[in-house]
Design a protein around this ligand. Structure first.
Ligand code: PDD
Length: 288
């Protein structure tokens, strides 16, 4: 089955899918995106992703190009046309195509809407059993990291630095020495006294949908989560560390900057939280 992409109202062969060279997403990174997981044909946390999509657009004053029923319809159509049962949906909305000039184009320029869907193999069980490594890097991003903007250059450079260091993720450190988040994931630790900690939501981090769902699942399971900042030193001294994201779910981090965290293997809390999250994904609880 050859892949199909959605571009501004049309379903086109993936290899031919294109936007104009003067799309403001291409020239100014003037746009936003969402990545949503699909498991067993279910779109996970779809409404929460739409909430965030609409929020990002509103914060950037990009008109919301279509309502949720239309977005839901295109999503289903993309899954069907691409034969995706387990995978990822990517949607991107930019301010549209206009002659290059920094201010917003005059009214009447429609936003560009693009969607792709791809199959993704289940996670390598070895990666889950052994956990992954992370490094720390300075957070050099802008002041509105709560907006899911396609402006991802610091994240791209950070992820590449992680890869070159043999690590899966880079945790970014703010000017106060505190961990903000990973380049494409939220950051968590479990302290030696058993406190499960993740940074509170501000403009400094993206409000992860996986983070949000895991917090709700933890509350149901009477596991207390503390939302506060933690330093790289506290993370290195923690009993456990892990990340959350649409693509990684709940993934143990067992080394930070080359040093083992805890005993260097995934701990009991991350295993439990991961299990809760996998059960949630397999259920129809929040899926459309
Ligand atoms: N990344 N923080 C950042 C900077 C992210 O880019 C992401 C998501 C997250 C986790 O958010 P969520 O749980 O909603 O996926 C945190 C996506 C997956 C990406 O860019 O591919």
């Amino acid at each position: 089955m050859s892949r199909v992409a959605y571009v501004n109202g049309r379903y086109v062969p993936h290899t031919e899918a294109a936007v104009h060279i003067e799309d403001r997403g291409y020239q100014f990174a003037d746009g936003i995106y969402e990545v949503t997981a699909v498991q067993g044909g279910r779109v996970i946390d779809e409404e929460a992703h739409f909430d965030r999509l609409e929020r990002s657009l509103t914060e950037l004053r990009i008109p919301v190009p279509m309502g949720r029923p239309a977005l839901r319809h295109i999503t289903r159509e993309m899954l069907r046309r691409n034969g995706v049962v387990d995978g990822l949906i990517y949607m991107q909305i930019t301010r549209g195509v206009a002659r290059r000039d920094h201010p917003f184009p005059k009214e009447g320029t429609p936003p560009s809407v693009v969607m792709t869907a791809k199959r993704v193999k289940p996670h390598d069980p070895k990666m889950l059993q052994t956990g992954v490594a992370a490094i720390t890097i300075p957070d050099i991003r802008w002041g509105r990291c709560d907006i899911k903007s396609v402006s991802l250059l610091p994240n791209v450079l950070g992820k590449q630095q992680a890869r070159e260091a043999g690590a899966y993720e880079a945790w970014m450190i703010d000017q106060n020495g505190m961990v903000t988040e990973g380049t494409s994931t939220n950051a968590w630790i479990v302290t030696r006294s058993g406190e499960v900690v993740t940074r509170a939501l501000t403009n400094a981090i993206l409000g992860g949908i996986t983070r949000k769902s895991l917090m709700a699942l933890a509350a149901e399971a009477q596991i207390k989560i503390v939302e506060r900042s933690f330093s790289a030193a506290e993370a290195r001294d923690a009993a456990e560390a892990f990340l959350t994201s649409t693509t990684g779910y709940v993934l143990p981090i067992v080394r930070l900057d080359g040093q083992p965290i805890g005993d260097g293997t995934p701990g009991p809390m991350v295993k439990r939280l991961r299990e809760l999250y996998l059960q949630f994904m397999a259920s129809d609880q929040h899926a459309a």
